[in-house]
Design a protein around this ligand. Structure first.
Ligand code: ARG
Length: 292
């Protein structure tokens, strides 16, 4: 209990004025409870910032907000494959998933999922690991990519059921064919499909860098796609990874209601990003220019 108190005090300490925080809390609480936020957590964050991540998610849950968490396990998988002597191969940015790779990947993904669920439950938050049953998939290209899944349909029932039961859903990036063949789904693609299906108020990407970085390595505070997108893509410092991310977010937001926003931040800055005007990370909107 003392620890829970400490966490709350610590997190509140990050916030600006309490009026600001209350305003956002009110705004987020008005949204239907299953549509508050989808939080995509990269595998690196799961590995390096698990404690901070669990603390930030637990804080939201204690405020009565239930984010839907989707996680990858890329670095964990790379490590396990190296240990098993299985070479890592990527094509078109996707992990070639032979049966041998899948044999290594499946338990690694399960373990990453359990680690987060355990960390949340250790903080007194009910959490439910959802390993299967969300992404119905077909083989994207068996010859070239092996067991890489292409999402055909998203089933939200397991996610909704978890939230209704008061548990925080923690979804893994695995898909299945209707007859149960397990497939590996790229985490960014899974996030996009989940977001399109949930239509959340906030889409949050938790990364190690805590936002998109400009030419001098500083976090860009806000991007309005209508006014800044072309200009940004023309910048020499927008390298391929960032370009890809921007393009993905652009496509994602295009199919969502205009008041949806994307925040890219870190586990440690999540609370500040959500509950202050200035935030701590990169806020991306489709609409009109917003103040930087
Ligand atoms: N708290 C608000 C939100 O989450 C605004 C965040 C602003 N963030 C920023 N990086 N400019 O929607």
């Amino acid at each position: 209990m003392a620890e829970v108190r400490r966490t709350v005090i610590e997190l509140l300490g990050q916030l600006g004025s309490s009026r600001e925080a209350r305003q956002y809390l009110k705004q987020f609480s008005r949204i239907e409870e299953t549509r508050f936020a989808v939080v995509k957590v990269g595998g690196a964050v799961m590995q390096d910032d698990l404690d901070e991540l669990a603390a930030a998610l637990a804080f939201l849950h204690r405020l009565g907000l239930t984010p839907i968490v989707l996680h990858g396990a890329g670095p964990q998988l790379d490590e396990a494959m190296q240990a098993a002597g299985v070479p890592v191969e990527k094509r078109d940015g996707l992990r070639v998933t032979t049966e041998e790779v899948m044999a290594v990947a499946r338990p690694v993904i399960y373990r990453a999922n359990m680690a987060l669920v355990d960390a949340l439950e250790a903080r007194g938050v009910r959490a439910r690991g959802i390993l299967h049953g969300v992404f119905e998939a077909s083989l994207a290209d068996r010859e070239r990519l092996g067991l890489v899944g292409q999402v055909e349909r998203v089933e939200l029932e397991p996610v909704r059921k978890a939230i209704q039961a008061g548990a925080l859903p923690v979804v893994a990036c695995l898909g299945e064919s209707p007859s149960g063949q397990v497939m590996n789904i790229n985490a960014d693609i899974a996030a996009r499909e989940l977001v399109w299906s949930v239509k959340p108020h906030k889409v949050i990407f938790l990364t190690g860098t805590g936002g998109l970085l400009d030419g001098s390595g500083r976090v860009i505070s806000a991007i309005s796609l209508t006014t800044d997108y072309e200009h940004l893509l023309a910048q020499p410092w927008v390298h391929s990874g960032m370009r890809l991310k921007l393009e993905q977010i652009h496509d994602m937001l295009e199919k969502l209601p205009p008041d949806t926003s994307v925040s890219i931040t870190s586990a440690a800055n999540l609370t500040r990003e959500l509950f202050t005007h200035t935030g701590a990370g990169t806020l991306i909107r489709r609409g009109e220019r917003i103040d930087w």
